[in-house]
Design a protein around this ligand. Sequence first.
Ligand code: ATP
Ligand code: MG
Length: 738
Amino acid sequence: PNLPQPDYLSRLNPEQRAAVEAVDGPLLVLAGAGTGKTRVLTTRFAHILMSGRARPWQVLAVTFTNKAAREMRERVSAILGQPAEGLWLGTFHALCARMLRRHAALVGLQTNFTILDADDQLRLLKQVMEAARIDAKRWPPNGTMGVIQRWKDRGLTPERVTAAEDSDWANGAARALYAAYQRRLVELNAADFGDLLLHVTEILRTNPDVLAEYHRGFRYILVDEYQDTNLVQYLWLRLLAQRPEPLPRNICCVGDDDQSIYSWRGAEIENILRFEKDFPGAQVVRLESNYRSTKPILAAASALIAHNSGRLGKTLRPGRQDAEGERVQVLSLWDSEEEARAVAGRIEQARRDGMPLREIAILVRAGFQTRAFEERMIALGIPYRVVGGAKFYERAEIRDAMAYLRVLNQPADDLAFERIVNTPKRGLGDTALRAMHEIARREAVPLSTAAHLMVERGEALRGKARQALMELMQGFDRWRAALPTEGHVVTTATLLDESGYTEMWKQDRSPEAPGRLENLKELVRALSEFESLAGFLDHVALVMENDENAEGDRCSLMTLHAAKGLEFDMVFLPGWEEGLFPSQRSLDEGGEKALEEERRLAYVGLTRARRIAIVSHAANRRIYANWTSSIPSRFLDELPEAHVTRAGGAAQERSRMVSAPSVFTAGPLASRRARVIEAGAWEVQARPARSDAFAVGDRIFHQKFGYGRITGVDDDKLDIDFEKAGSKRVLDRFVERG
Ligand code: ATP
Ligand code: MG
């Protein structure tokens, strides 16, 4: 019958509509960024419901993030004209958690099992390893956790790990440890994150009746970001989708091989190729019009990704009516501070021109990069949020390091001392810590003094713990003594090393550990922007206090990985330098494979932008007290001149001068992150001592917070009403007359 076309279908182009209407049988949508894959999936969901093919709970829809799931739920509801309820819509983990609660007994769990966080997991595994008498020094528990997680990513229960799959980790004990760890989890009525998929997949594999129930239940399956599924996720999908004849296999996966960026977490791009094999007769639909970005942005992204080999091959055409537009800008800046100033300045300008902050994003390769931008935004009073992670000074390792610095600065800071006295582990048990508090109370002294006393008296301390605590206390004496001569930057670096704190993260094999080490280096770099330790601590206290409510219009800072699937009018892509992006690790690995994943990440970054994309690199970065020059990323050279404007050439010229041209093409050489330009040659000049007094009412300029007027003077501290950053108390050394 010739029914009028529903409204929601008219918002699609013909290829998209075909993908929505081909509801029966397996379908793979393989298409580039911004071609409407997610829109197709959402519309398809609504279409299935609107056409009466299924009830809301008969569709299984998988998104990559919880945020994406929320958005899809909202859009489906909008099309339906009523709230969509009872949906099986969420991430792999959320969906599996729900399934596991229903069938927990089949793997020996109770319905109310707990999901362990990463810390609990590790603590448990440590106990298991201790019981098995495995030397934790030689085989750090984190490494064992990595081996186990990789098995879980591949759907291998301990029983399924064959000799061929076994690892030589822990002298061949890995499989036994894995089995023991899983037993302990069940005893505790707990599951770790990886178990959610592993258990459910195992249940579906071994319980035909349960599988049959889901086969009857789920008539349609929808999967977004399919290129980043790992093996166990794929197995789970395949089990659910391969319904027995005559039930149709209505699975629709959408993805883009050029946006596969999670291989380090076990994602397998081969799942795209497997699809057509496992679902014979699958239709493959390609979408070629990009509705997100302007022509220059698309052209730049396409030219960049063309440098990858082994692509499935796709065409991408501008589909926007207003597709002309500004070229991609490449900014060459002197150092990371200048980069942060340039970016924040442009954000301010855009805001003045009326662009909402939520339409602006800064996408970084590595988490530590956010620090410089955060400080600039605080200074200018630009509200921001860090998506998918904590703000720099709220990250656990930064809080730990700050606690060390607070104790260094002020031995009576009990809160700080408590945080670090047993971090890294120094063998202080609950009894020892209780005794320390007891002494402090009894003698009315700070905890650190109590610790000194305990060491002297040997009270409540075993031999090893006593030794470790003694070393820590002697360390603080030494670092405090070094402060005036060595300076706060060098002393901090020494402290982090000698206290064993840096070492703790070096020993850590979790995927986050390298990022934490980078953050610590960035912290030392931040210190070097200040004249004294006390000045820095005050600054951070002010920065931390600066956070108003999380609501409202804010610009976003996040890693490129976290930006997948999102879009913004204006996107900043800073830090395009060899060794940072592409990352040092990808360069060290040598081969093209790791480099190609970095390039895909660059492609993801560029294609997040609707109208304005600004790429930048700094020619110099500071490492401790030294400056090193950085080589511009090879990806910058891969952007087509016709669609790019380059600015700030001076800095670029300078940095190209220090690197011979051949360096750009030679792999391993290019990876060697620049050379030191005369140590300290570019040290920030020490600010002159101040003799001129400030008075209430003076207009001043502060390095971090900008212009303001003095409302109060208290010795060397000034209360200032800043034009952008609000009222603050700052040290007068950082203030100049404005
Ligand atoms: P990514 O690969 O980045 O996940 P995608 O293929 O999922 O991208 P969408 O996010 O679905 O793309 O769509 C990109 C943008 O284009 C969105 O703002 C979407 O609303 C818009 N869009 C999609 N299809 C059309 C269309 N036919 N007409 C107008 N706009 C469209
Ligand atoms: Mg998408």
